[in-house]
Write a protein that binds this ligand. Structure first.
Ligand code: BES
Ligand code: ZN
Ligand code: ZN
Length: 514
């Protein structure tokens, strides 16, 4: 991760290898597509005495989002290279566009470069005070995440982008440093979630992952309690234990606690933002269990703990950002394997709240581990409870790789999450929880069964299953099966692998509360 600083010196003199400026493009279907330097880029060009517009015209640069043009400065600036990055159609430039363009800039930078970027605050935010913050923050996030790569197991990561330092050139005082720090914190949080997802499943089996999460959590001042199999048995977490019983290692539940400063104990009263419980699906590898997945469906299943990873990432920066909401994170960690002791099809599990469930497909395991954690979370009577899970293949069919499914019992909570996602530049779509489909979950031998009818609204039926365990706590469910992992990556700020999706939305939601 590069370091970030605010700099106010002239672009020509700034000590960097690469100078980045931005240009907008005309509509893709325009007769003569041509890029237009942003005002800040145009004044940089004047300052350097380079005919940047002419250079761009010469190479036919049309300013498409993420397109990059390299222009040598030939002594006009300390930086040897001027990089112009396209923002796409001018009318569409918002914080997310800037984030994407910045990601493309990071990927275009030379290895270990010092990058100075001329912030186009005239497009997103403005030079005075608070309004500059979203633009600067998005710029930092794009650059930091664009330069992300998972290199733990690579001896020669020559094709992974890396940036040493970023200087944000913004002719604005006030809170630029704060926006940089916030962008950096959110990028670090996202990168942590990505790292956890990208880790091979052999290196994050539940006890190991629990230890790793506990170490990170302690280092940032979160409270940590790890529930091992014995504690889970005593606590009647039949779902987590049932899913984990086919593995040669025990499942775990990790309970993380964030207390805002000044609200350390009951005698201080409630935190300003109240109490939110976050519940994460943490299947460290989903083979399907005895209802074994076909090999092709297993290749991305190390990402089946993406919900838990997002919560760890988000909670790791709550203190640094001064969030005023008490947050409990419940991470249900298990490895879904077809061992000799594995749960059988038609076995019956008893969950934390006493609900019995007939397991008619061991590959519908996420809802089984979440059921216990949701029931336990509801016992804490929080003001809101949100679960995140790579829950259903049907979510991928319905919404694809970029849009997370959102369901919930509370309109205000759903709307707050939609608003937070919009601010954070992530995509959600509100789906229903139709009572009509509840009967799909009826079982002859237990209170419920864990699957509905094949091919019929699998995402909604999974949501209805979870709803059984939340009592009357305002609850929302995020199905991130598609968005948690990308096999393709994009040209902006998502490398192939774990995406860290919903980290930024979660943090935004919690900050919006208080
Ligand atoms: N982890 C999977 C869901 C998934 C699929 C995540 C694709 C990411 C990408 C989940 O445990 C699962 O296998 N769900 C089954 C449920 C079905 C058996 C009712 C599914 O969606 O096929
Ligand atoms: Zn599964
Ligand atoms: Zn799963």
């Amino acid at each position: 991760m590069p370091t970030f600083e605010h700099a106010m010196q002239p672009a020509a003199a700034v000590g960097a290898d690469v100078l980045v400026v931005f240009a907008t493009g005309s509509a893709a279907d325009a007769d003569d597509p041509v890029a237009q330097l942003t005002p800040s880029a145009a004044s940089t060009a004047v300052e350097l005495g380079i005919d940047v517009a002419g250079e761009l015209r010469a190479v036919g640069f049309d300013g498409g989002l993420g397109d990059v043009a390299h222009i040598p400065t030939r002594g006009a600036a300390t930086a040897a290279l001027l990089v112009v990055v396209g923002l796409g159609e001018a009318e569409r430039v918002d914080a997310e566009v800037l984030r994407r363009a910045a990601g493309a800039a990071a990927r275009a930078a030379t290895k270990d470069a010092v990058v100075a970027v001329v912030a186009p605050l005239e497009l997103v935010g403005s030079a005075d005070g608070d309004s500059a913050l979203p633009g600067v923050q998005a710029l930092v996030e794009g650059l930091a995440l664009g330069a992300y790569g998972y290199t733990e197991y690579r001896r020669k990561p020559h094709d992974v982008p890396s940036i040493a330092r970023v200087l944000v050139l913004a002719d604005a005082d006030g809170k630029v440093e704060e926006a940089i720090a916030r962008g950096k914190a959110l990028s670090d949080a996202t990168a942590l979630a990505r790292d956890l997802v990208n880790t091979p499943p052999m290196s994050k089996r539940p006890p190991m992952l629990a230890d790793r999460i506990a170490a990170v959590a302690r280092s940032v001042g979160l409270g940590v309690e790890v529930w091992d199999a014995k504690a889970l048995e005593k606590g009647r977490f039949g779902g987590i234990l049932g899913v984990g019983q086919g593995s040669s290692v025990e499942p775990r539940m990790v309970e993380l606690t964030y207390e805002p400063k000044g609200f350390g104990g009951a005698r201080f009263g409630k935190a300003k933002g109240g109490h939110v419980v976050l519940v994460g699906k943490g299947i460290t590898f989903d083979s399907g269990g005895l209802s074994l997945k076909p090999s092709a469906s297993m290749t991305t299943m190390k990402s089946d703990m993406g919900g838990a990873a997002a919560i760890v990432g988000a909670m790791s920066v709550l203190g640094a950002l001064g969030v005023g909401t008490k947050v409990t994170g419940l991470l249900a960690l298990a490895e879904n394997m077809p061992g000799g002791d594995a749960i059988r099809v038609s076995d019956v599990l008893t969950h934390r709240d006493g609900t019995t469930v007939e397991v008619m497909n061991t590959d519908a395991e996420g809802r089984l581990v979440l059921a216990d954690a949701l029931a336990y979370g509801a016992e804490q009577a929080p003001d809101a409870m949100i679960d995140l899970a790579t829950l259903t293949g049907a979510q991928v069919v319905a919404l694809g790789p970029d849009i997370s499914g959102l369901m919930g019992t509370d309109d205000a909570l759903v709307e707050a999450l939609e608003a937070a996602a919009k601010t954070a530049g992530e995509k959600l779509w509100h789906l229903p929880l139709p009572v009509e489909y509840r009967e799909q979950l009826r079982s002859e031998v237990a209170d419920l069964k864990n699957i509905g009818k094949p091919g019929q609204a699998g995402t909604l039926v999974a949501g209805l299953f979870l709803k059984e365990f939340v009592g009357d706590v305002p609850w929302a469910h995020l199905d991130i099966a598609g968005p948690a992992f990308t096999e393709e990556g994009d040209a902006f700020y998502r490398a192939k692998g774990g995406t860290g999706v919903m980290v930024r939305t979660l943090v935004q939601y919690l900050r919006d509360r208080a």
